[in-house]
Design a protein around this ligand. Structure first.
Ligand SMILES: [Cu+2]
Length: 66
């Protein structure tokens, strides 16, 4: 299974975490998502295309660094 790591800015609390998780899960092909607030990091497993994940997170109001 493919694993995609994204660095996301501005995630500061559990609300942010839930919002980002929800956005990621709305993308087709996502099997699981793990958000680390401490590291500002989102790890997605599945077959979802990276650009669609970035788009979903940005539309939820967060900046993806890489
Ligand atoms: Cu928050």
């Amino acid at each position: 299974m493919e694993q995609i790591l994204l660095k996301v800015k501005n995630m500061s609390c559990n609300h942010c975490k839930n919002t980002v998780e929800k956005a990621v899960k709305s993308v087709g092909g996502v099997e699981s998502v793990e958000v680390s607030l401490e590291q500002g990091q989102v790890v997605v497993k599945g077959s979802a295309p990276r650009d669609q994940l970035i788009k979903a997170i940005e539309e939820a109001g967060y900046d993806v660094v890489q």
